[in-house]
Design a binder for this molecule. Structure first.
Ligand SMILES: Nc1nc2c(c(=O)[nH]1)N[C@H]1C(S)=C(S)[C@@H](COP(=O)(O)OP(=O)(O)OC[C@H]3O[C@@H](n4cnc5c(=O)[nH]c(N)nc54)[C@H](O)[C@@H]3O)O[C@H]1N2
Ligand SMILES: Nc1nc2c(c(=O)[nH]1)N[C@H]1C(S)=C(S)[C@@H](COP(=O)(O)OP(=O)(O)OC[C@H]3O[C@@H](n4cnc5c(=O)[nH]c(N)nc54)[C@H](O)[C@@H]3O)O[C@H]1N2
Ligand SMILES: [Mo]
Length: 708
């Protein structure tokens, strides 16, 4: 086997088989170290690496099915050229040479007129530094194409965090095992952060109290001591009201506040406007819940106990998402929780292991300023005509590591844009997704088992190496190999630039963390730890402009955004539109990873059919019973699914879990038919969970008429 590596120190499987060290590529905080067992060139098993502390030898249900996905009968194994109408998904196989030649010619023609008409679109299919945006960005920088603002997931929270703490850093995940109080806030850890959950359980066994704040009674909420079911988008009001109580009870670490924070007096004024009674109305909970929560948090200060908050991205997908994250991240400083290694808060740890993106992506190659297009508003932007202000209409898209037809908001507009006859679309993929249905060319991409990559993490602080375990299937090539070939075909490999556009994957892995990690160590054990200290903010040292935890942010003031964390009501506030009385959230499904894995039979079988969780009261009002086919709708579109009446939905809020493939669903729709392209207060991010809908029951005749 050309690409296999023997590990003498790991005795797994049969003696004749090989174990190859890899990394889970998925968009998940856990970034697990994986071991693939290869027999005669065939990957037969993937397991969690027992030597990697955060993986602890355990993989989630999805990724343990990795070989099922890799060897899936529907893998794309040759380049494909469209033969049907856009959206039909009809293709014929074509050779790599012919396809690349055509793509290179089409792109060169646009480069000659206006390279800004070309838009790369990539996101979280893999989080690898190499198969993500490396050679591709070198090319797009050099050509001066449009640039993608990668906002679809985390940028509101990331900005909120950076304005407050200075970087994406916080409590180390392994430290949660020692916390005395853990508030899991806007995160369904069992679904999306399983390896954190292990630490939380360890703490629970040692006596810690676990509290979950989430509009949905999640699997995680079931296992916490307490669940507070707030209305979506009201987290800042809750956090400010907790502050109100901390101030009234004088549960404040005055010394920490004095030395290591900025703007306390202004924050105090803001918080004093949020009595528990007032916040309770906004948040849809009781004042008593807020008082008790603040008491719990304040008691940790008084008793010198470690209070830790695991907030996650669930809370920042509404209009005030950035401010919500700022408000929640202000809490630990008020009680000096950062003094404890097991206290503080964690949203993202990704600043602890930053790759050398300039070396990978070479922004210095750009001769012109690239127009920036927000991936969240791709629906509107694909439908925009050329204009002096906006520049040329988008005429070509190169899509990889992403499935915009399904994941971007207001997907009715996205597919309308992708269906444009005068748009040239190239997609690199493993499968024929909702997006490839609109492609002119589809190129077969390798999976993580077939290529090199290197990964940082956003839920722990290690860096992981992924070595190819098996040869590429069929004619699949890695993203980087596609772009190396494209650069050559476009005539870009000239003189000194040749090296830039031909760097190998193994070399790119080294470039990514050159001088930052020990290659020898990562090459032999698959991971290295970064040097983030325990209790990084115990003595302040926040990497903000003031060096303090910035309750007050001068940088925000300059942008005309509230300089102190404040509550910003949802765009689509329950009660504001009598036609659409229900707030809808659409958090991840446990057995899918965004739209990845939806087509893996064993996982699809567990998830069943698309469904919406609805409270008994809301169902009764609409004559909806368990298992009914229902239509969720608003001005933007309709989504057909099944009604699940259960305890997980609170009154007034419905939970439509998972991003289903439109074509693996009911009536060719998914939840993003309903979501809007409006943007958050910070970070230009989507507001997936700020969405009002109405629901109606479908009669059997209506359901059948939809072709079901
Ligand atoms: N199994 C699985 N794991 C995943 C993913 C997946 O699709 N499936 N997706 C991955 C990706 S891309 C990401 S970004 C992360 C996401 O990670 P998280 O953001 O932690 O996502 P969830 O685990 O769903 O947790 C979000 C929770 O927030 C709740 N929520 C919704 N609105 C609000 C609100 O306004 N306030 C509060 N307090 N809670 C709210 C939801 O009900 C949900 O339970 O997970 C990653 N991991
Ligand atoms: N309603 C609603 N919408 C959401 C969300 C939500 O909670 N609710 N969550 C949002 C979030 S947090 C995110 S991060 C986005 C996710 O949006 P995306 O990043 O687009 O994630 P996926 O849908 O998983 O699509 C990734 C695609 O990349 C492909 N892929 C994987 N590895 C490779 C590779 O090595 N090469 C190539 N060429 N392709 C590869 C996979 O086959 C898959 O089709 O969705 C967002 N959309
Ligand atoms: Mo995400």
């Amino acid at each position: 086997m050309e690409h296999s590596f023997h590990l003498d120190n790991l005795a797994y499987g049969e003696q004749s088989s090989q174990q190859v060290l890899g990394a889970c590529p998925h968009d998940c905080p856990d970034t697990c170290s994986i071991i693939t067992t290869v027999n005669n060139g065939l990957a037969v098993k993937v397991q969690g690496n027992p030597h990697h502390p955060n993986t602890h030898g355990v993989l989630c249900n999805k990724v343990s099915k990795y070989t099922e996905r890799t060897y899936h009968k529907d893998r794309i194994l040759t380049p494909l050229k469209r033969v049907g109408a856009k959206g039909e998904g009809l293709f014929e196989p074509v050779s790599w040479e012919e396809a690349l030649k055509d793509v290179a010619n089409r792109l060169n023609a646009l480069v000659a007129t206006n390279p800004l008409a070309i838009l790369p679109y990539s996101y979280g299919g893999t989080l690898g530094a190499v198969q993500g945006d490396s050679i591709s960005e070198r090319i797009f920088n050099y050509l001066g194409t449009s640039d993608l603002d990668r906002t679809i997931c985390a940028s509101a929270g990331a900005e909120g965090m950076t304005y407050t703490l200075g970087a994406k850093l916080g409590t180390k995940v392994e430290q949660f095992a020692n916390s005395d109080l853990i508030i899991i806030w806007g995160s369904n850890s069992i679904t999306s952060n399983l390896h954190f959950w292990r630490y939380a359980q360890e703490a629970k066994r040692k006596g810690a109290k676990l509290i979950c704040i989430d509009p949905r009674k999640t699997e995680t909420a079931d296992k916490c001591h307490q669940h507070i079911a707030i209305l979506p988008g009201t987290d800042a009001a809750l956090a400010l009201s907790i502050m109100h109580q901390l101030i009234c009870n004088n549960d404040l670490d005055h010394d920490y506040i004095q030395n290591y924070t900025l703007g306390f007096e202004m924050l105090r004024q803001e918080a004093m406007a949020w009595s528990p009674e007032k916040a309770a109305v906004v948040c849809g909970i009781t004042a008593q819940e807020i008082i008790a929560l603040a008491q719990e948090y304040g008691t940790c200060f008084r008793n010198n106990k470690a209070a830790a908050i695991r907030l996650n991205y669930g809370m920042q997908r509404t209009k005030g998402g950035g401010n919500a994250v700022r408000a929640v991240l202000s809490l630990p400083a008020l009680i000096g929780a950062w003094r404890h290694a097991a206290g503080g808060a964690l949203l993202s740890s990704s600043s602890a292991n930053v790759a050398r993106s300039a070396a990978l992506q070479r922004p210095d190659l750009a001769k012109v300023r690239r127009r920036v297009i927000n991936m969240t508003t791709i629906g509107d932007d694909l439908l925009k005509e050329s204009s002096e202000q906006w520049g040329p209409a988008i005429e070509a898209m190169i899509i990889f590591n992403s499935n915009p037809a399904a994941i971007a908001p207001e997907s009715g507009k996205v597919v309308q844009g992708l269906a444009r006859e005068n748009l040239f679309t190239v997609v690199l993929e493993h499968f024929l997704t909702d997006t490839t249905d609109y492609a002119d060319y589809v190129f077969p991409a390798t999976t993580q088992l077939e290529h090199w990559d290197i990964h940082k993490a956003y839920g722990h602080t290690d860096v992981l190496l992924n070595k190819p375990a098996i040869a590429p299937l069929g004619q699949a090539k890695s993203n980087t190999e596609f772009f190396r070939l494209l650069a050559r075909e476009m005539g870009l490999c000239q003189g000194a630039l040749t090296e830039v556009f031909t760097e190998s994957d193994e070399s790119l892995c080294k470039t990514a963390f050159d001088g930052l990690i020990d290659w020898q160590v990562i090459n032999t054990q698959g991971f290295v730890h970064s040097s983030l200290s325990d209790a990084p903010f115990a003595k302040g040292q926040f990497p903000t402009p003031s060096g303090k935890c910035e309750f007050y942010s001068e940088r925000l003031a300059k942008q005309g955004i509230s300089a102190i964390p404040s509550y910003i009501a949802n765009y689509e506030l329950p009660g504001s539109d009598h036609r659409y009385p229900l707030a809808m959230i659409s958090p991840p499904a446990r057995n899918f990873l965004n739209t990845t894995f939806v087509n893996v039979e064993s996982l699809l079988a567990i998830e069943g059919e698309p469904y919406v969780e609805i409270n008994q009261l809301d169902a009764d009002k609409r004559g909806i019973t368990q298992g009914d086919a229902v239509r969720l709708f608003n001005d933007r579109g309709s989504y057909i699914c099944r009604a699940h009446l259960n305890h997980r939905a609170r009154a007034g809020v419905v939970n439509a879990l998972g991003i289903w493939w439109r074509k693996i669903s009911l009536a060719g729709t998914n939840v993003n038919e309903l979501t809007s392209q409006k943007l958050t207060d910070m970070g230009r991010a989507p507001v997936f969970y700020d969405c009002l809908v109405e629901i109606e029951k479908l009669t059997d005749a209506q359901f059948e008429a939809l072709g079901q």
